[in-house]
Design a protein around this ligand. Structure first.
Ligand code: PMP
Ligand code: GLU
Length: 395
């Protein structure tokens, strides 16, 4: 008999779709995979070399639970340089990926019955991490017309005596949109007035386009900084998804609790990956710009192609590497079997067009589908033509 907790959650749908697409590919199907949310670039050589050096030097033992000092120092420098935020080492924790930092936050902050506000569309793990910690996810719908930003009034309208925290994600997975400074100021004001924690997931910070400025809500003033835990990591910025290094910055007592939790669960993040992460943060940064430019070209191509397909409406994202087109115009149409929601549509594309993507339902918005453009231009061209053809058969 499993625990109630285990029974209440599902596997990460994004990871599940990725495994399915990879398995189909391995068994000989020519699948175009728009499902996966990880850079298709390899980790830069200077980072790999740092890891090899660490191995050769025998840096293979336990490290301090919350990360080695040189890595914490590099993280502190990053916050100073990129976000104008100053932290001390006791305000930083390094974990096994940003997902792990987020989980530690959930363990450290949520009490049974606490409500945690999550704007939808949301990244798949936020609600389940809340549930795993006996708290209650409260989904706050956001609208395409507002660029999927949580409006301060909508935040305030959902606050009760039990509200503990709000989770923000800019640039956003799955919408690819970014919050502007003014909206963040409004959210900060409401959060402070109601004594809420703000959990700000900024993992796509480096991937912004069209001259958009990434703003960390923690940088908007000393008071909001004291209530915010910023989460970031190297998976997306340095193409290091498999290395599992992420970090968080926040109030000392919260970070200390997270570190205690980590010490009783995973211990330190991998020692070799930590050395690689120091190089990633302190070595040459040209790779990020190269990757960003490539993503930008793909983004423009994909948005324009998708908008030329009847039944599809796609607003241009300003960050991350996802597009989140509205496909509700296709619901009710049929190619044999009728398609009535985003899961039907994703299944139809997988079975009839060999295209893998994630149904919007996984992110709490059934009118959309998510495509990751962290795949080659050649794949994008091939995939888009398959989608055009398959949607044409529906209409
Ligand atoms: N937050 C968001 C919004 C993400 O898309 C991801 C990607 N999986 C993560 C956190 C977790 O990243 P990591 O690989 O560092 O655990
Ligand atoms: N963040 C990526 C995605 O959304 C990786 C998958 C995951 O960690 O769930 O596709």
């Amino acid at each position: 008999m499993l625990s109630e907790r285990a029974k209440k959650i599902k596997p990460s749908p994004t990871l599940a779709i990725d495994s399915k697409a990879k398995a189909l590919k391995a068994s000989g199907y020519d699948v175009v995979n728009f499902g996966v949310g990880e850079p298709d670039f390899d980790t830069p050589d200077n980072i790999k070399e740092a890891a090899i050096r660490a191995l050769r030097d025998g840096f293979t033992k336990y490290t301090p639970v919350g990360g080695i000092d040189p890595l914490k120092n590099a993280v502190i420098e990053k916050f100073k340089k990129d976000n104008g935020l100053s932290y001390e080492r006791e305000e930083i924790i390094v974990s096994c990926g940003a997902k792990h930092s987020l989980y530690n936050i959930a363990q450290a902050l949520y009490r049974p019955g606490d409500e945690v506000l999550i704007p939808s569309p949301y990244w798949v793990s936020y609600p389940d991490q809340v549930v795993l910690n006996d708290a209650v996810p409260v989904i706050v719908k956001t609208y395409e017309g507002d660029a999927f930003m949580l409006k301060p009034e909508a935040l305030e309208a959902h606050i009760t005596k039990k509200t503990r925290a709000v989770i923000l994600n800019s640039p956003s997975n799955p919408t690819g949109l970014t919050y502007d400074r003014k909206t963040l100021e409004g959210i900060a004001e409401v959060a402070l007035r109601h004594n809420l924690f703000v959990i700000s997931d900024e993992i796509y910070e480096k991937l912004v386009y069209d001259g958009v400025e990434h703003v960390s809500i923690a940088s908007l003033g000393n008071e909001i900084k004291k209530s915010t835990i910023v989460v970031n990591g190297l998976s997306k910025s340095h193409a290091m998804t498999g290395w599992r290094v992420g970090y968080a910055a926040g109030p000392k007592d919260v970070i200390k609790a997270m570190t205690n939790i980590q010490s009783q669960s995973t211990s330190n993040p991998n020692s070799i990956a930590q050395k690689a992460a120091v190089e990633a943060l302190t070595g040459p940064q040209g790779f990020i710009d190269m990757m960003r430019k490539e993503f930008d070209a793909r983004r423009k191509f994909l948005v324009s192609e998708l908008n030329s397909i009847p039944g599809v409406k796609c607003i241009a994202p300003t960050g991350a590497f996802y597009v989140f087109p509205n496909v509700s115009g296709l619901y009710g149409k049929a190619d044999g079997k009728p398609v009535s929601n985003s899961s039907d549509l994703a299944l139809y594309l997988l079975e009839q067009a060999n295209v893998a993507l994630v149904p919007g339902e996984a992110f709490g918005d059934d009118n959309h589908i998510r495509l990751s453009y962290a795949t080659s231009m050649e794949n994008l061209r091939k995939g888009v033509e398959r989608i055009r053809e398959a949607f044409g058969r529906l209409l």
